[in-house]
Design a protein around this ligand. Structure first.
Ligand SMILES: NC(=O)c1ccc[n+]([C@@H]2O[C@H](COP(=O)([O-])OP(=O)(O)OC[C@H]3O[C@@H](n4cnc5c(N)ncnc54)[C@H](O)[C@@H]3O)[C@@H](O)[C@H]2O)c1
Length: 258
């Protein structure tokens, strides 16, 4: 598949993408090889992940980002396949809904484990392979982690953790030439389809009316290929090496605080 004209090329970049079986991660696995990158996709969803990677000319490894052994061994295997590592794009995550007062204990733990602990584990595993020659880590935060998000308490808390982790690791790992940034996206993916499917027709109508006001550029979530891939190609390229500890909103202007 071809990315939009003007998209930065990634010739020779060795890139791991987690969450490569769906949504934004899948979008990068599909497009980055065409830009010249060598890509290993990882996901807990193996069949779909392998199918997408194979079709795109990438490799696939099953990995559960909540399991330290799985993360460490998959990362080491990926680095072996790639012959080194330049970039980790850590897109794996979950986003179930939960009002603050009735969030079940198990859901809280699950969401924090996948989103926050998964970021910690994948970033630590990547660090071991980046510390010699430097490189880039791109995590996935959310506007929810900055502004909060009613109805998604555990999710918002987990993404707040991603923001704080990203800024801390950026400060600690700069001396190794490693940049650590996070994306706060608002992109239409299967995760958003799931959120929409959980709404009543009235809630959906209210939501769409809200989005029409909240997203200055277009009034709805963006498109993976047009709005997301070109930004990620720039951030995964060497030209982005002097930016770290940042939360980049790729969201049509929805989040204007940092
Ligand atoms: N879609 C948006 O607009 C939006 C907004 C804010 C933040 N985000 C964040 O962006 C990231 C990607 O979102 P998306 O919309 O593409 O999601 P998605 O649901 O389409 O894809 C997420 C992928 O993560 C994988 N995954 C889940 N748990 C895993 C685990 N334990 N180990 C390995 N893989 C696992 C899933 O199998 C899936 O393939 C997520 O971190 C999400 O929280 C998305």
């Amino acid at each position: 598949m071809t990315a939009p004209a003007g998209t930065v090329r990634l010739d020779g970049r060795r890139i791991i993408v987690t969450g490569g079986a769906s949504g934004m991660g899948a979008g990068l696995v599909e497009r980055f090889p065409g830009l010249g990158a060598d890509v290993v996709s990882m996901d807990v969803t193996a069949d779909e992940g392998a199918r997408i990677a194979e079709k795109a000319g990438a490799r696939f490894l099953r990995c559960d980002v909540t399991d330290p052994v799985s993360v460490e061994s998959a990362t080491a295997e990926a680095v072996g396949l790639l012959g080194g590592l330049d970039v980790l794009v850590h897109a794996a995550g979950i986003a179930p809904g939960s009002p603050a007062e009735s969030t079940p204990f198990e859901m809280w733990n699950r969401v924090l484990t996948v989103n926050a602990t998964g970021t910690f584990l994948t970033n630590q595993a990547a660090f071991a392979h980046l510390r010699e020659a430097g490189g880039q880590i791109l995590n996935f935060a959310s506007a929810a982690g900055v502004s909060g998000l009613p109805g998604k308490a555990a999710y918002a808390a987990s993404k707040g953790a991603v923001v704080a982790w990203t800024r801390t690791a950026a400060q600690e790992w700069g001396r190794y030439g490693i940049t650590v940034n996070a994306i706060a996206p608002a992109i239409w993916t299967p995760m958003y389809d799931t959120t929409r499917a959980s709404m009543t027709p009235e809630q959906l109508a209210d939501h769409d009316a809200f989005m029409a006001r909240a997203v200055p550029l277009g009034g709805k979530l963006g498109d993976v290929e047009r709005d997301f891939v070109p930004v990620m190609a720039f951030l995964a390229g060497e030209g982005a090496r002097f930016m770290t500890g940042q939360i980049f909103s790729v969201d049509g202007g929805t989040l204007m605080v940092r």
